[in-house]
Design a protein around this ligand. Structure first.
Ligand code: COA
Length: 317
């Protein structure tokens, strides 16, 4: 027993920020960002919280699933940009949609949706939950330093969601963590304690781009191979690859290393940029809505990010 997907959905805030807009804030250009990253524009929230976006993606996925909010008994949100440390984004979504399911967040940066999906599978297999809403939602714009050109051009805001239930379509998965707070990290406030002597650091994304790039290419290749082997699927039989949309060059490297034609890779980085935990579910919802995804197709999902962490799974749609 595993799970099957009943519906997907996503939400992007309406404000579009182009590369030219960012070139007014930092020393960059549309040409550099397009060539080195593959992003042309990103969406940025002006007044919506992470939970607002997560709720809209959840409602879109619910509508496609044919289920009602009262049928959902588990809500998991992958996020690193919760609006409040407590309650969780998932608890706020639960209230907003009118569900009574158990709800909690998972913090695993850009792998957050994949880790959440795997957790939902475990809950459903144990019989703790029947129907789950799995969401990735981020308002990364609140943790970006818009004076740092090496990070602010890469990321965007948004949310993606999937409704899953008992089924046989999640063929295999793999997860990876390698504790590291140097390559990619986001410090939190040190707090108001009069006793604590730690130093306050800027509360924004700190990233060694080249190390992250190498980690990404190695993990995607390894994780998709591992998941495919576990599922007894040849790499050539994968119909669609839905990768974390971090850098178009990372996707191209992955295609070459895995020898899977690039036209099987879903791409929306040009419009959405890197939305961290929301990236894979937004891309999956985009592929689902495109009409290219047919029942029985083999789909590989794969993400990587802070932690350092990564994950992949193979789904028979
Ligand atoms: N505009 C113009 N120039 C920029 C720039 C920008 N937005 N950002 C960096 N540069 C400059 C650098 O300052 C450097 O200049 P220098 O040679 O004068 O020192 C030059 O471009 C090359 O920098 P480098 O860091 O080597 O570029 P890169 O080709 O590695 O691209 C990243 C940088 C961040 C785009 C790339 O490393 C990357 O995408 N890494 C992975 C990041 C990722 O996936 N993060 C998400 C993880 S979930």
């Amino acid at each position: 027993m595993s799970i099957r997907f009943l519906g997907t959905g996503c939400y992007l805030p309406p404000k579009v920020v182009t590369n030219d807009d960012l070139a007014k804030l930092v020393d960059t250009s549309d040409e550099w960002i397009t060539q080195r990253v593959g992003v042309k524009e990103r969406r940025v929230s002006v007044n919506e919280t992470t939970a607002d976006m997560a709720t809209k993606a959840a409602l879109a996925a619910l509508e496609k699933s044919g289920l009602e909010a009262c049928d959902i008994d588990l809500i998991i949100v992958g996020t690193i940009t919760s609006d409040t440390l407590c309650p969780s984004v998932a608890a706020t979504v639960q209230r907003n949609i009118g569900s009574q399911g158990i709800a909690f967040d998972i913090s695993s940066a850009c792998s957050g949706f994949m880790f959440s999906l795997e957790t939902a599978v475990a809950y459903i297999e144990r019989g703790v939950a029947k129907n789950a809403l799995v969401i990735g939602a981020e308002r990364l714009s609140k943790i970006l330093d818009y004076t740092d050109r090496s990070t602010c051009v890469i990321f965007g805001d948004g949310a993606g969601a999937a409704v899953v239930t008992k089924g046989e379509n999640y063929l295999s998965s793999t997860m990876y963590t390698s504790g590291n707070d140097e390559v990619l990290y986001i410090p939190d406030n040190v707090g108001l304690s009069p006793f604590y002597e730690g130093e306050e650091q800027k509360r924004c994304v700190h990233m060694d781009g080249q190390e992250t790039f190498k980690f990404a290419v190695n993990r995607i290749t390894q994780d998709i191979k591992t998941a495919a082997e576990k599922a007894n699927i040849a790499l050539g039989d994968i119909d669609h690859v839905v990768l974390h949309q971090a850098n178009i060059r990372i996707l191209e490297f992955a295609s070459k290393r895995l020898k899977i034609p690039f036209d099987r890779f879903f791409i929306n980085i040009d419009k959405c940029a890197n939305t961290s935990a929301a990236s894979v579910p937004i891309a999956l919802a985009g592929l689902d809505a495109s009409g290219k995804l047919k029942r029985g197709d083999i789909v590989a999902l794969s993400a990587f990010g802070g932690g350092l962490s990564s994950a992949a799974c193979i789904i028979k749609w």
